[in-house]
Design a protein around this ligand. Sequence first.
Ligand SMILES: [Zn+2]
Length: 381
Amino acid sequence: MTDQPESSQSQPEVHQPDHRVEADVVTTKNAMAAEPKPFQLGNSLIQPGTRAVVDIPFGKLYTHTELNIGAHVVHGKRPGPVLLITAALHGDEINGVEICRRLLRLPKINSLKGTLVVVPIVNTYGFVQQSRYLPDRRDLNRSFPGSEKGSLGSRMAWQFTDRILKKCTHVIDLHTGAIHRSNLPQVRATSKDKVSLKMAESFNAPIIIKAASRDGTMRGTANNLGIPIILYEAGEALRFDEQAIKIGVRGIMNVMHSLGMLRSVKRPEKTNSLFSKKSSWIRAEHDGIARYYYGLGQKVNQGDVLAHIYSPYSDFEVSVQATFSGIIIGRNNLPLINEGEALFHIAEVSELEEAEKTIDAISDEVDNAMPAVLGGDYGVV
Ligand SMILES: [Zn+2]
């Protein structure tokens, strides 16, 4: 279904479950009794107890091809939070797209309280081009909150904020490392908002980075609008990372439990996430070809040799040392290094000696928790 831009005259279309989602439709028999309200997104009205895919037009290509942002809406029979899940805001960060697919196929979702709005591909331009950016080489996630008459990115950000973000009460934004860089599964949230921090703790990724949002990001706009938001960073651009995907699916379900959107179940003891208030990249002081000795999740002490960089045309070789102690939460996977290149992202944590064990324990818990459902094609509707 395609929407026209909203106007005061336009009549919302009452959404009838269409053939694409027929199998997922929840019966509406009891909906009238509780008098729940329909949920409007774009020009579509989604009835309580149903789910739909809503296409919202965001512009045209010069080929006259219309581009939409598609949103899955799962509208529960009972009122509750409106949780927005976004992925591929950077068009080449595709782990989140798979997280959305697995999440939407979980049978539990059909009996949720509140509303789930899932946008698996926010930057459709970049996704088609397998690029982080928009066609004008702008970064959509530096264009928020945007403006109605600004650049392409600014207009998209403005429309997304106005038509989707503002309709939601909580947000989880899914990202990966940039191209050739992988991230240890981690959640970022501002420490100024208690609800965001609670969501971050509930998500239960191996580590939580308390960090203020950057200018121009959707997270910053949500913070300014008072909408609690967390950002999940895991894996590498243009790659699927199975562990990152499983931690992501379980994390979203954990947050939905903590918000009261899913029925609570007795859960096994879980290991709490590590916390970090400070992280920074170790950069290359020389150009050359690198040999890396450390991977994601490993502990490093100040002075440890993390890599060597050598010249292919001389005996020149230089070591790269950790300038402070911490856990490696991001790494460059490409050994071809220009001066100043980011090599290792290290986070300071208070319980450094126990940190590797904590990360392993959380990974094991994810593997043991509903492995079939989190793993993809088993146990789904
Ligand atoms: Zn990103």
